[in-house]
Design a binder for this molecule. Structure first.
Ligand code: GTP
Length: 194
């Protein structure tokens, strides 16, 4: 693994910006924003790339809002924002768009679309994330997530994890996506609990 870092000034505050690299392709990199000014256990956000929302500001998911909220919280309270360059829950942008198009043409939700395409629901691998968490010598973290499977995956890497919700209220456009996460994918979203 190779590593480089510099200072990054952002609209939310100043961070140490790290790149951890396992290969020549951009997806082989993990990006980290670090704010080392925290007391107790640090906040950690593990964000997966969503080019549609984060670059092009699509309205149909909560990804950009979660990224902005976690960056703001970490700027205020200290911690680490770890960014995985893996779109479509690790299945890649090509497959995400295939699934989204099945939503447009056949009305399938994200879960059924991946099933129809024969793609695992969530093929993300958190091994490198755990390597990076250990690089910073973090043994016990407050993980910003609504996804209990993300908590378990990082716990399996040998890190103690307390979950901190990162809920974004739905909009008319994002409601179907969030409802599917709650009803079919096990995400803990109070808005959709009965
Ligand atoms: N298949 C699919 N993936 C999407 C879609 N919109 C966003 N994503 C991807 O979903 C990933 C984020 O996963 P989510 O299930 O939204 O959330 P999570 O990371 O598991 O959980 P949180 O930590 O609570 O955010 C990103 O990689 C996005 O690219 C979509 O319409 N279809």
């Amino acid at each position: 693994m190779e590593h480089s870092s510099t200072t990054l000034r952002t609209k939310f505050g100043e961070f140490k910006f790290h790149c951890f690299s396992w290969g020549a392709h951009e997806e082989d990199n993990l990006l980290v924003l670090e704010n080392g000014n925290f007391l107790g256990h640090p906040l950690v956000r593990v964000q997966s790339a969503c080019y549609s929302a984060e670059i092009f500001r699509s309205l149909d998911c909560d990804c950009h809002a979660q990224l902005a909220k976690s960056q703001q919280l970490i700027a205020e309270k200290g911690g680490y924002l770890i960014y995985m360059l893996c779109d479509g829950r690790g299945a890649g942008l090509l497959n995400k768009l295939r699934g989204m198009e099945l939503g447009e043409t056949e009305g399938l939700d994200t879960s059924d679309a991946y099933q129809k395409l024969g793609i695992p629901q969530d093929p993300r691998d958190y091994e490198r994330v755990c390597t990076v968490i250990k690089y910073f010598d973090l043994k016990h973290i407050l993980l910003l997530t609504n996804n209990p499977r993300k908590v378990s995956a990082i716990e399996r890497g040998g890190i103690l994890v307390d979950r901190q919700p990162l809920e974004i209220g739905s909009t008319p456009e994002s409601r179907p996506y969030l409802a599917t996460k709650s009803k079919k994918m096990g995400h803990l979203l109070s808005e959709f609990e009965d």
